[in-house]
Design a protein around this ligand. Structure first.
Ligand SMILES: Cc1ncc(COP(=O)(O)O)c(C=O)c1O
Length: 478
């Protein structure tokens, strides 16, 4: 196990190797060192047409993000798939490595309920430590929430057709185990979707009747990046006396949300994506207050995996235990865990709190807005698969690069393998790492848009370079 050593400029030794390889490459193609300073990576420079376009315009803002040197990311590529995996900041991964070595040297165990770490993390999310459970990831948190509710045959969950398997799977379990009906809203897709429209669709599904007990949805959805409006959906849940469960895989580290104010019963987020904690970390917010933000009684709920359960914590069933009982302690007490990884998650959260979560949200949503606008300028607004309504905005941008500038849909739009090829070519020929998704669209076959994440280590200029690369590739392939 090696720890990356820093030099005084803040770049890693690995970064230096990449830089020198890039300089050699530039000399080979005759681009010279002046261009190396612009921050373009080698694979972009391999393409003279794109180089000229980027040199000419390049967009505004600094060439390099002010936070770029805080990360050890390989400089020969631009990582724009944070929706799948983040990257630990340099100081976080160094401390993590050291803590692992310390753990091995002293044969340390990982028992406990991690109150100290929960106290560090919880304020950044607007909740108490008793409401901030540390899960292994989003899927684990969704399983805790969905499987922890005592369902009865005939209960109905209203959800959407854009849920991730991490949420769909526990819902399928309760459907199979208890006979719960999973009723799905068919989400609208495209740039013009409005928040009211989404809430109305949930309302319509509630109106279909039966014993509706919960709303389960993703904010944002992983397929299009649409930020389903949490507070509006919680209001709807309160109006109908329902449990609210938000798959917020992408929320920690992306949005400066106060979950106490949002009043959601459960929010399961990842620690390893936008929050840039280590793998196998997640944050599960469990509402533990009755108040103006959510006056409903706390829903009956049991831990699925726990070494800390006893009748004193049962709530909403026989004992109706006091709301301030430390629910998160029961959920975190699950045998020996890897304390260094939870400490590293807290370190990443501390870094976010120090920078300012609002500043981070503004920066990365600013990049997302810029990307969406640039896509609309090049391809036309209809290329956007996600809405650009400010309330529905996230730092995930899904778009269809096969739509031509005159607005006609290219048939390749519907071809999964073409979309996969596009993702591979962007990575191999241009160095941009993104992913694609398969989106059900009412009335037509699935679309396979690219999904692009914008985060702290990106600059506006890199976003412009990405747009140039995607445009050039689209022209070649369409
Ligand atoms: C909306 C959503 N939910 C759940 C997951 C699963 O995340 P995890 O790996 O943290 O369980 C993802 C992963 O990308 C996701 O996008």
């Amino acid at each position: 196990m090696t720890v990356q050593h820093e030099n005084n400029s803040g770049s890693s030794s690995k970064g230096q190797i990449d830089d020198s390889a890039r300089r050699k490459f530039l000399q080979m193609i005759g681009a010279g060192t002046a261009l190396a300073a612009t921050g373009f990576h080698g694979s972009l420079l391999a393409n003279p047409g794109l180089l000229n376009a980027a040199q000419r315009g390049g967009g505004g803002g600094p060439a390099v993000s002010p936070w770029r040197s805080d990360f050890i990311l390989d400089r020969s590529r631009v990582f724009m798939n944070i929706g799948t995996a983040g990257s630990m900041p340099r100081k976080v991964v160094q401390a993590y490595n050291e803590a692992n070595i310390e753990k091995a040297r002293n044969s340390l165990n990982g028992y406990g309920n991690y109150a100290d770490i929960r106290q560090r993390i919880a304020p950044g999310f607007g909740v108490g430590a008793d409401e901030c459970a540390l899960s292994y990831n989003t899927t684990d948190g969704m399983c805790s929430a969905v499987l922890g509710i005592p369902w009865k045959e005939g209960d109905v969950i209203v959800t959407t057709n854009h849920e991730h398997p991490g949420g769909n799977s526990p819902m399928a379990v309760v459907a199979a185990k208890y006979g719960v009906e999973i009723r799905r809203v068919s989400l609208p897709v495209g740039p013009d979707v409005q928040p009211e429209e989404i809430v109305q669709l949930f309302q319509d599904k509630i109106n279909e009747g039966g014993n509706v007990r919960a709303l389960v949805w993703s904010s944002p959805t992983f397929l299009t990046g649409t930020m389903l409006p949490i507070r509006r959906l919680v209001d709807l849940a309160i109006q109908h006396g329902l449990i609210s469960i938000c798959d917020g895989a992408h929320l920690p580290g992306m949005m400066n949300y106060d979950y106490g104010a949002l009043g959601v019963d459960f929010m399961s987020g990842a620690g390893h994506k936008w929050q840039c904690g280590p793998g196998a970390t997640g944050i599960l917010v469990v509402r533990n207050r009755v108040g103006p933000n959510n006056p409903l009684p706390l829903p009956a709920f049991f831990p699925v995996s726990s070494a800390g359960f006893g009748p004193s914590w049962v709530r909403g069933v026989e004992l109706n235990a006091t709301p301030n009982f430390d629910v998160a302690a029961v959920l975190c007490n699950i045998g020996s865990r890897n304390r260094p990884s939870l400490e590293a998650l807290a370190d990443a959260c501390d870094m976010w709190d120090e920078i300012g979560r609002q500043e981070i949200e503004d920066y990365i949503l600013g990049l997302s807005r810029h990307l969406k606008q640039s896509i609309a300028d090049r391809w036309g607004r209809q290329a956007l698969v996600a809405p650009d309504h400010p309330e529905l905005l996230s730092a995930l941008t899904a778009f269809n690069p096969f739509i031509s500038s005159n607005g006609e849909v290219n048939p390749k739009n519907f071809n999964s393998s073409e979309s996969g090829n596009f993702v591979s070519r962007l990575a191999n020929d241009y160095g941009f790492i993104v992913r694609n998704t398969s989106v059900p669209v009412p009335g037509i076959p699935n679309q396979f848009p690219l999904r692009v994440s914008t985060h702290l280590w990106h600059s506006q200029r890199e976003v412009d370079q990405f747009v140039d690369a995607a445009w050039q590739l689209a022209n070649e392939l369409s």
